[in-house]
Design a protein around this ligand. Structure first.
Ligand SMILES: CC(=O)CC(=O)SCCNC(=O)CCNC(=O)[C@H](O)C(C)(C)COP(=O)(O)OP(=O)(O)OC[C@H]1O[C@@H](n2cnc3c(N)ncnc32)[C@H](O)[C@@H]1OP(=O)(O)O
Length: 442
């Protein structure tokens, strides 16, 4: 019996900012962002969008596009690091939104017996949900699970993370009928606790706050959706963890040089060119190339062989990321969609080809695993129209972007939006303070 991904859907935020507009306003050379990091557009949520609406959109599309009977979904596991609440899972909001839309056809509370939960480990939370859900269907081959990766990658204005923002969701159906890709049960894993990127309850002192009233406590502790991070250190942690997980994968499988078997290498992409920038180390080690000094490292990255390798095995997975930006947990799934969609558009046959995955989550952990593309993959991919749908987004100017970022807009930019949207957050009623309410515009 085989296990893996039977179907897949995605949702990207309805707005975007041209990266060159951001570069111009921040005094950054556009070529650094476009040619150095591979950034073109940055997906950005409208006022009514958040990680729960992204997840609900992807889940509803999955169910509709592949005619899934929602009653047959035994679990919905959501990987996210943009949770809207520290106790109530974001998956519960998404599930309820979709239930309401399905009510007419399937009756009330279609997910009544469904196991719903969030999993969090920075950007690798959804890979953890995938790993866990594959174990679940292996133990229960007649059951189906949905894994959703949903996030809003937000950084402080004018920080070095600002140009690596983005967001969106990917939902995949996991079962014993892996029409898209069969995933083998070998998991190379590497973990180390580090502070490369994290979202602590922030501690503020009174003097940090402008115009704090006399009555304000001396210290306050609040959640923010923007991380504390050290960019170059996070790159190093990523590189170290994927090397360790890759070595572990080779140890488990007994393979000498795994990536040579892989048609595509699918990375967690915090920005489009990240995978190809960090893989030079493993590539050098595998090919006996010197990788000690910065000059040697540059030489590998610029070598004709490595450029060809990128072109063959990585470039197609980067294309969606260049148009969307970081999707945190969803980035690795979107990189897969990008590569498969591109092959589909170019009439390439992928059946039976092996694909390698290199996931990373700050804090930190990497998982390396592989899968085999199924005979039926084209039937699944033909529903996506990924690159066409990216053209249907609305461009925003820099001023609108800053206002959205600062949460200064009351009304949605796309006032007549279709789909799920946040309508209100309860602020008065003490037993519901902070509850979020959503609706669906059909
Ligand atoms: C957050 C997660 O999702 C989890 C993770 O993966 S952690 C790893 C990634 N970390 C993050 O994304 C954290 C948030 N982002 C950041 O901190 C930063 O944006 C970043 C670390 C990703 C990039 O940092 P940076 O200092 O702006 O860029 P830098 O590392 O110097 O790279 C710029 C590239 O552009 C190139 N470049 C610069 N000017 C150029 C120009 N005019 N023309 C062409 N290329 C140019 C540089 O040569 C360099 O590329 P190479 O090293 O490949 O040659």
């Amino acid at each position: 019996m085989t296990f893996g991904i039977e179907a897949a859907s995605y949702y990207v935020p309805s707005l975007y900012l041209e990266i060159k507009d951001l570069a111009e306003k921040r005094g950054i050379e556009p070529a650094k962002l476009e040619k150095g990091l591979g950034l073109h557009k940055m997906g950005f949520p409208d006022v009514h969008e958040d990680a729960a609406t992204f997840a609900a959109e992807a889940l509803l599309k999955l169910i509709k596009d592949y005619n899934i009977n929602p009653k047959e979904i035994s679990r919905i596991y959501l990987g996210t690091e943009s949770a809207l609440d520290a106790a109530k899972p974001t998956a519960s909001y998404a599930m309820q939104m979709v239930e309401k839309v399905l009510e007419k056809e399937f009756g009330e509370r279609v997910f009544r017996n469904c196991d719903v939960v969030d999993m969090t480990f920075a950007c690798i939370g959804a890979v953890d949900a995938l790993h866990n859900s594959l174990d679940f269907v292996r133990a229960n081959p007649d059951k189906k699970a949905v894994v959703i990766a949903s996030d809003y990658a937000k950084y402080e204005l004018a920080s070095s993370g600002e140009y690596t923002q983005g967001g969106g969701a990917v939902a995949v159906l996991i079962s014993s009928k892996p029409d898209l890709i069969e995933i083998e049960n070998n998991w190379g894993i590497a973990t180390e606790s580090v502070f490369d990127f994290f979202k602590p309850r922030r501690h503020f002192k009174k003097e940090d706050l402008t115009n704090a009233p006399e009555s304000f406590p001396q210290k306050i502790e609040i959640f923010t959706d923007e991380p504390v991070f050290d960019g170059q250190y996070s790159n190093q942690c990523y590189q170290d963890r994927i090397r360790e997980a890759y070595d572990h994968y080779k140890e488990i499988t007994g393979l000498n040089k795994s990536y040579e078997n892989w048609k595509y290498l699918i990375f967690h992409l915090p920005y489009a060119f990240h995978g190809k920038r960090v893989f030079t180390e493993i590539y050098s080690l595998e090919n006996g190339l010197s990788y000690e000094t910065p000059e040697e490292q540059k030489a590998v990255a610029k070598s004709e062989e490595y450029l060809q390798f990128i072109n063959d095995k990585i470039e197609k997975s980067q294309r969606a990321s260049s148009e969307i930006g970081n999707m945190y947990t969803a980035s690795i799934f979107m990189a897969l969609l990008s590569a498969l969609q591109t092959s589909f558009n170019e009439n390439e046959e992928l059946a039976e080809q092996e694909i390698g995955f290199l996931g990373y989550g700050s804090g930190s952990k990497s998982k390396v695993f592989a899968g085999k593309v199924s005979e039926n993959w084209k039937k699944v991919v033909k529903k996506w129209k990924l690159f066409e749908s990216l053209k249907n987004r609305t461009a925003i100017d820099f001023e609108t972007y800053e206002k959205l970022h600062r949460k200064q807009l009351q009304n949605s930019v796309n006032e007549n939006y279709k789909g799920f949207g946040l309508t209100s957050v309860e602020l008065e009623n003490p037993v519901l303070k902070g509850a979020r309410y959503y609706d669906y515009q059909g």
